[in-house]
Design a protein around this ligand. Structure first.
Ligand code: NAD
Ligand code: GLY
Length: 367
């Protein structure tokens, strides 16, 4: 039975949309009635998610809607222009018009690709996010970043394109593999570090409930994370300033993902290590008390996430970090923290301190 959902709104004027958070939302008749503009829908998913949640999604569509669905390959390796092109071909072959709603049912890979297709098919059609991983519920489904990867870097081809709504059914998390759950918890911890010290403290108390998939704890963590993400996106939709704090740990993390061939680490795991590196650099540079850096590392470790980078060369890391989208005029810009609950972007971090962090290994955030 469905619990009463929490309804949040991402307030972006005419592009505003609701985030509905609850258990058992999928399958409710009428759930999507106001967000599907015509009588066609095109659902993008993968086989693992289709087998579990497609029927429930279909029963939440208006009865008059004719829905096509398609499965793309599973995983980051399929977040490509080839997948994008194949989806475009299917839309055209299926006679989908400008009133088609494209629905992304799955994790961040599905949401990012489906969103980019929605942003560009016939110059933009209605898009609905139905995230099914914790990472997607708390992060990728909210805020309108859509993209595919290029061999030279992640998310290099994409668009800002807001969905019509986000259906965050925490019931879907019950089937998530534990490793994927932990990867999502990394992004949840990120919100506490960058924005909300009280939420960080709550996570310290409730982490084991999240790991045990306790529904109340998950609902609270998803709602708080989405509340923070919505506040940041509302203040800076196109990432001209504040929104960059959502990338805390990501410049290090993206470089680790690239240097390990996108195979060794999940995105959330790379971000976890990246956050430990960012906390280490913040304290090494004298901005963050060492004890707070240690608390960040300890919470990440308690979540069962990696806190030590795989052996990668510091020069290779610096070179790869130089490909980051936040680099401007050749200057590396990093998100650092001066206190738990606060973060800002800087291009002033001394290269010597960055290099020491890159070489610290197990000594990251140590006393
Ligand atoms: P993912 O989409 O690869 O999903 C992880 C795995 O979980 C997949 O194997 C998938 O099949 C499986 N899965 C999904 N839902 C399931 C369920 N309910 N039960 C069982 N298995 C399930 O990975 P992800 O971590 O969700 O997303 C990572 C992607 O998100 C990356 O490409 C990253 O760049 C992107 N991202 C985007 C944004 C954004 O703002 N757009 C933000 C953060 C991350
Ligand atoms: N995950 C980073 C952003 O949405 O801006």
């Amino acid at each position: 039975m469905a619990d009463a959902p929490t309804n949040l709104v991402v307030d972006l004027g005419e592009r505003s949309y609701p985030i509905r958070i609850g258990r058992g939302l999928l399958g409710s008749p009428g759930l999507l009635d106001e967000y599907v503009p015509g009588n066609q829908a095109f659902i993008v998913t993968n086989e693992a998610v289709r087998d579990r949640y497609l029927d429930a999604l279909l029963s939440s569509l208006p009865p008059s809607v004719i829905a096509d669905f398609t499965c793309i390959g599973d995983g980051e390796a399929f977040k490509t222009l080839d997948t994008y092109a194949a989806l475009m071909e299917q839309l055209i072959a299926g006679g989908h018009n400008r009133t088609t709603a494209i629905i992304g049912l799955g994790g961040g890979v599905i949401g990012d690709v489906a969103g980019f297709v929605a942003a560009t098919y016939q110059r933009g059609v209605a898009f609905i996010q139905v995230p099914t991983t914790l990472l997607a519920l708390v992060d990728s489904s909210v805020g309108g970043k859509t993209a595919v990867n290029h061999s030279r870097g992640k998310n290099l081809i994409g668009a800002f394109y807001q969905p019509r709504c986000v259906i965050a059914d925490i019931g879907t998390l019950q089937t998530l593999p534990p490793r994927e759950l932990k990867a999502g918890i990394a992004e949840v911890i990120k919100y506490g570090v960058i924005y909300d010290a009280a939420f960080f403290d709550w996570l310290g108390i409730n982490l084991e409930h999240l790991l045990a998939l306790d529904a109340d704890a998950l609902a609270h963590a998803v709602a708080e994370s989405c509340r923070i993400k919505a506040a940041v996106v509302q203040a800076d939709e196109r990432e001209t300033g504040l929104r960059a704090i959502l990338n805390f740990g990501h410049t290090f993390g993206h470089a680790l993902e690239a240097l390990t061939g996108y195979e060794q680490l999940l995105h959330g795991e790379a971000v976890a290590i990246g956050m430990v590196m960012a906390a280490d650099l913040s304290s090494r540079w004298g901005k963050l008390p060492r004890g707070d850096a240690r608390r960040i590392k300890d919470l990440i470790a308690r979540a069962g996430l990696p806190v030590t980078p795989p052996p990668v060369d510091a020069d290779a890391m610096l070179e790869t970090m130089g490909m980051d989208k936040k680099v401007v005029d050749g200057r590396l810009r990093l998100i650092l923290t001066d206190a738990i609950g606060s973060a800002a972007m800087t291009d002033q971090a001394p290269e010597g301190a960055i290099r020491t962090t890159l070489e610290a290994g197990e000594a990251l955030c140590a006393e």
